[in-house]
Design a binder for this molecule. Structure first.
Ligand SMILES: Nc1ncnc2c1ncn2[C@@H]1O[C@H](COP(=O)(O)OP(=O)(O)OP(=O)(O)O)[C@@H](O)[C@H]1O
Ligand SMILES: [Mg+2]
Length: 378
């Protein structure tokens, strides 16, 4: 099984990381995915919110698992993994994890201990979600080193710019030095209060500042006291308040989430009125075509660099063609392809028909030589 490992990270506290991890995880499990949640926070909020009010009474937690990896000791299959009634598995955490973080400082390959632990579990799950603690310390670095995707929840009640810069630079560092596969799925606006315009302003600001590089999820999570109640209940929002707007928000996120992967493999952009760029992942890298604004082909080719993300591929292609990056207007890939097909059909009307082309071809081709060899002259 190809496992997606998703870190839910933001060093700012109280932005909805744990709530997103639990509810996206349970949402994916309800959609038939095999999901493991990792509590990566010594506070154990995820562990508590999934019905384990006293994490330090649990016999085995993430710090034990990481300790075993550090000591090169074997971990039994499924050791310490808890099963939640709503269909997800959980590797819990307790306060000992903060001691583990301290001991990591002097450990060999200290950034990849969590990755090594997850390597032992990978094939068994379609999705592993890691709830990060609110810091950019060694535990978060371990989560980023283990993940291939990141979701950044941002509370729509404060100006996030500065904190985000720090987070993005940590992500880039981890990507460069430890984990080139890492990519940001997007920023998720949480606790949105629709009675004010504040959330709209923040969303607009985020789009202006980061929209060309990072997806801002179209789905937002509304603010509701019902969301606050769930951690005491040990249930997801789907079980606690299925008809509520927070459940609807997380349901939308869950529905949209598997699509993201496809969007990361094929996308099209409108290039500031000059035309379009369509990119698609293929085995050896990125196939791309540049179109004029009437959807006729301008240029195309392949970028033999499968390790690039679609955003990086796009930047390189535009640079190579001396095209301005401009403002990103992400369009539906299929919609652009439909237009291209339409334009091709239109111009085909003015082209010679296939029969005419064949006739022309036949008259151009020299008559085939007789296959019989002429008799040698005696
Ligand atoms: N949509 C929401 N509406 C209202 N309250 C919410 C919502 N989502 C989360 N909360 C509440 O906000 C608080 C912080 O949420 P949560 O614990 O998910 O954030 P966090 O980023 O994990 O925090 P920390 O940084 O401490 O780990 C919690 O009390 C939670 O119940
Ligand atoms: Mg949390």
């Amino acid at each position: 099984m190809n496992t997606q490992i998703i870190a839910i990270a933001n060093q700012k506290g109280g932005v909805g990381k744990t709530t997103t991890c639990a509810n996206l995880g349970i949402g994916l499990a309800q959609a038939g995915k095999k999901v493991l949640l990792i509590d990566g926070d010594p506070q154990g909020s995820l562990t508590i919110s999934l019905g384990n009010p006293q994490p330090d009474k649990l016999p085995f937690t993430l710090s034990d698992a990481m300790g075993k990896i550090l000591m090169d000791q074997p971990i039994r299959p499924g050791e310490g993994i808890l099963h939640h009634a709503e269909g997800v598995d959980l590797m819990p955490a307790d306060i000992q994890l903060s001691g583990m973080e301290v001991s990591l400082v002097n450990a060999m390959s200290r950034e990849t201990i969590l990755r090594q632990y997850l390597d032992t579990l990978k094939g068994q799950y379609s999705h592993i979600l890691i709830d990060c603690q609110p810091s950019l310390g060694m535990l978060t670095v371990n989560a980023l080193a283990a993940a291939n995707r990141i979701i950044i929840p941002v509370q729509a009640e404060y100006l996030p710019a500065k904190g985000l810069e720090q987070l993005l630079s940590t992500v880039n560092k981890v990507k460069r030095q430890i984990n080139p596969k890492l990519q940001i799925d997007g920023i998720l606006l949480t606790m949105v209060d629709n009675r004010t315009n504040f959330a709209k302003e923040i969303a607009a600001l985020l789009r202006d500042t980061y929209g060309s590089k990072i997806r801002i999820f179209g789905t937002e999570i509304p603010h509701s006291v019902r969301a606050k109640e769930i951690s005491a209940e040990g249930k997801s929002i789907f079980a606690h308040d299925p008809g509520g707007k927070v459940a609807e928000g997380y349901r939308n996120l869950t529905d949209f989430y598997p699509e993201i992967q496809t969007q990361d493999e094929q996308a099209a952009w409108e290039l500031g009125g000059k035309g379009y760029l369509a990119i698609q992942f293929c085995e050896d890298g990125w196939d791309y075509t540049l179109y004029h604004s009437d959807y006729s082909v301008m240029d195309g080719g392949q970028l033999d660099a499968p390790e690039l993300t679609i955003q990086e591929a796009r930047e390189q292609i535009l640079e190579a063609h001396h095209m301005e990056k401009g403002r990103r207007l992400l369009q539906d890939y299929d919609a652009v392809m439909d237009k291209v097909a339409e334009a091709e059909e239109l111009s085909a009307d003015h082209r010679p028909s296939t029969l005419e082309k064949l006739a022309a071809l036949a008259s151009d081709t020299p008559a085939p030589k007789s296959s019989a060899r002429s008799a040698p002259e005696l």
